[in-house]
Structure formats: structure tokens, C-alpha cells
Design a protein around this ligand. Structure first.
Ligand code: 3PG
Length: 398
């Protein structure tokens, strides 16, 4: 980004890929963290006189326009935060987008409609993706540049992330650089003890990162829906809790490999229904009855996790400890988040849901060293996988 700003962007079109994939309740953004995180790069380009054309996705529409996935609420929020309205094109690379791009004045910001409304964005066929990338680049026109700033999507080989970086002079945005710098500290020589807290619903989603992290961490604390498959592997009955039966053997092996690095909950909040007004009981993990399901970790578990975290010098946390969207099942996530925030450790919150939990539960964001905007992207980085949206920028600069 600094190179681009140094070269001068006044009056030039700059196409920016941001990750504006925010959680919505109808038309209301429930956590605007990603919009806020996208702001500095957009603002700097606009202030330098660029004609800023932002492209982004929302949700996973099936390659055609669907009103519920329109970026309209995001355009409105971006405009509020910038202090000047951001016009949304009615399409991705069609007539509206062309007219809007053509009408941009220096210093103005506009947003293209959800890029996943075009089936070529996520196509498996590289030629189709390249075609869309070419059309995105053509919107920006002669003399344009591309800034990749959507850290949350750099693990996706998609037209607006990967192929477009081959169509225009491409630069890493400030957010992408900042995220890589922080996550790099975790993969380098983290200060020890290094504790990782993982939650979220599925072990299968986290298996690769667990395998990659186990040899590197001193403690691995597992909560959230995924802990029940581990508890089942230890021989406990988990009642109606979330269980990935096909992963039980794998969890058995992980438990054996991890030894005393692995810390599992000792109690859970069990509910008789998956509902905000369910009846609940706090029970030890060996006493979850049939017909009851664990929806959060219990207070003894929070104390145990907090104890391990208080000794850590580096903490990475990904995934909520329970169904924090319902107040009855939010205390586990709140307790663990508070323990991390209270500790002087270098702490990184990775991921959409855990980052949203910090803000939705009203926890102090400054208690964490870094709150990543990338869910899948930060996990894939920690797994040591190549991030196509980053490697394409490095190739370009060689
Ligand atoms: C995310 O929410 O992690 C990013 O916006 C990427 O979204 P995706 O998983 O639908 O590609």
C-alpha cells in the first residue's frame, strides 16, 4: 500500500477487495467489526485522491442475485463510518457498475454489489474466474491498481481475490499486512507458555489446525460444541449434545498424542432444548443425561481454563465456548474471553465468531493484542497452508 501511495493515486481508479462479510439480522448488521477494519485502507486511498471502487462478498449466495445477500446495509454502514455516502452498484460488473465506476470523482468511494452474485467468482474453472477478474479490472480501467485488503478471504482462490491480482498492478493493503505480521508472531517463536483455546461446533473443521498446532503449543484448551466428540472419545455419555460420531476415533488418537497438553471441560451447562428459554442444569461431564444437551462449558471449566490462561505468555483463541448468542449459554465464552483479556499475554482472537463474541458480549477490545478479521484464513495460516490471495501478491512483486 505504501508503494502505491508513494507512486501517487490521485485521480486513478483503485479496486480494493475488502472482507465485508458481516453477520446480519435481516437488514441489521449485528457486528460491524469487519467494516471498521476495512476502513483505514479505504480512507487512506480516498484521502490520497483515488477513485476507490470496493468489491466484496456477503454470505454464500449461489452465483445469482439474492436480495438477502445484497451489500446494501454494508454500503450504508461504510458511508456512515466514512462520513460520506457510499453508493452501491446494482450489479457486479454490469451496466450499473460500469456507470458508477465511470462517474467516480477523485476521493470518492463506491461499492460493487456482492461479487458472489456472479457465478464466475467461485467457479472451479480458472478460465471463468479469470474472465470475471478481467471484467473487474476493466471497470477500473487504464492506469488502475488493485489493493488486496480482505484478509478474511485470502485463503480463497476466487476471481476477486486471486485472478484479479494478475490483471492489475497489485498491492497488499494495510489490514492484510497487519494481520500477517501478528499471525507471523504466532508461527515464529511465540513467547512460552503458548496456550491455544479452540471452540466452535465441529472437530472436523478444526482437525487440520489441531494437528498442526499440537506439537507447537504448551496447552490446548477445547470447548464449544466440538468438545463433546472429545468427551465421547473419553468414554462419557454426551446425551443429545453435538457429536461427530465419525470423528470419535480421531479424537481418541488426539487425546493420546496430546497427553497433558489437552485440557477439556469438567462441567457443562446442559439444556433440555436448543432454545433461549430452555431449562438448564450445570452438570459434571460424566453426568449429561439422555434428552439433555451441553450448550456451554460450566463454571468449573471456566476456572480451569482461566487458570491455564493466566500462566500463558502467548494465547490464540478461535471459536466460542458455547451458544453465546443465547444469554443462558454465553457465560463460558465470556469467562474465557475475560481471562484472556485480563492476562498480560500476547493474545490473538482469530475468527469471525470469536471476534464477534468479543464485541457482541461487550468485552473490552483493548484487552486483546489483536482481533483478527479472518476466521478460516487465520486458521489456514496457522496450519501453514499457502494463502493464494497472499502468494499471488508476492509472485507479482518478484
Ligand atoms: C469468512 O467469513 O471467514 C470470510 O468472509 C470468508 O467467507 P467464506 O468462508 O464464505 O469464503
Amino acid at each position: 500500500l505504501e508503494d502505491l501511495l508513494g507512486a501517487g493515486v490521485k485521480g486513478r481508479h483503485v479496486l480494493v477487495r475488502s472482507d465485508l462479510n458481516v453477520p446480519l439480522d435481516g437488514q441489521t448488521i449485528t457486528d460491524d467489526g469487519r467494516v471498521r477494519a476495512a476502513l483505514p485502507t479505504i480512507r487512506r486511498l480516498a484521502e490520497a485522491g483515488a477513485k476507490v471502487l470496493v468489491t466484496a462478498h456477503l454470505g454464500r449466495p449461489k452465483g445469482e442475485p439474492e436480495p438477502k445477500y445484497s451489500l446494501a446495509p454494508v454500503a450504508a454502514r461504510l458511508g456512515e463510518l466514512l462520513g460520506s455516502p457510499v453508493e452501491l452498484a446494482g450489479d457486479v460488473v454490469g451496466e450499473h457498475a460500469k456507470a458508477l465506476a465511470g462517474s467516480l470523482a477523485a476521493g470518492q468511494v463506491a461499492l460493487l454489489e456482492n461479487v458472489r452474485f456472479d457465478p464466475r467468482e467461485t467457479s472451479k474453472d480458472a478460465a471463468e474466474r479469470a474472465e470475471l477478474a478481467g471484467e473487474l479490472a476493466a471497470l477500473a480501467g487504464e492506469g488502475a491498481a488493485f489493493v488486496s485488503d480482505g484478509f478474511g478471504v485470502v485463503h480463497r482462490k476466487q476471481a476477486s481475490v486471486y485472478e484479479v491480482a494478475r490483471e492489475l498492478p497489485a498491492y497488499a493493503g494495510g489490514l492484510v499486512l497487519a494481520e500477517l505480521e501478528v499471525l507471523g508472531r504466532l508461527t515464529g517463536e511465540p513467547a512460552r507458555p503458548y496456550a491455544v483455546v479452540l471452540g466452535g461446533s465441529k472437530v472436523s473443521d478444526k482437525l487440520a489446525v489441531i494437528e498442526a498446532l499440537l506439537p507447537k503449543v504448551d496447552k490446548l484448551l477445547v470447548g464449544g460444541g466440538m468438545c463433546f466428540t472429545f468427551l465421547a472419545a473419553k468414554g462419557y455419555g454426551v446425551g443429545g449434545s453435538l457429536l461427530e460420531a465419525e470423528m470419535v476415533d480421531t479424537c481418541e488418537r488426539l487425546i493420546a498424542d496430546a497427553g497433558d497438553k489437552l485440557v477439556l471441560p469438567v462441567d457443562v451447562i446442559a439444556a433440555d432444548a436448543f432454545a433461549a428459554d430452555a431449562n438448564t442444569r450445570t452438570v459434571p461431564v460424566d453426568a449429561i443425561e439422555e434428552g439433555w444437551m451441553g450448550l456451554d462449558i460450566g463454571p468449573d471449566s471456566v476456572r480451569a481454563f482461566a487458570g491455564a490462561l493466566s500462566e500463558a505468555a502467548t494465547v490464540f483463541w478461535n471459536g466460542p465456548m458455547g451458544v453465546f448468542e443465547m444469554a443462558l449459554f454465553a457465560e463460558g465464552t465470556r469467562g474465557v474471553a475475560e481471562a484472556i483479556a485480563d492476562s498480560p499475554a500476547f493474545s490473538v482472537v482469530g475468527g469471525g465468531d470469536s471476534a464477534a463474541a468479543v464485541r457482541v458480549l461487550g468485552l473490552p477490545e483493548d484487552g486483546f493484542s489483536h482481533i483478527s478479521t479472518g476466521g478460516g484464513a487465520s486458521l489456514e495460516y496457522l496450519e501453514g497452508k499457502e494463502l493464494p490471495g497472499v502468494s499471488v501478491l508476492q509472485q507479482g512483486s518478484e
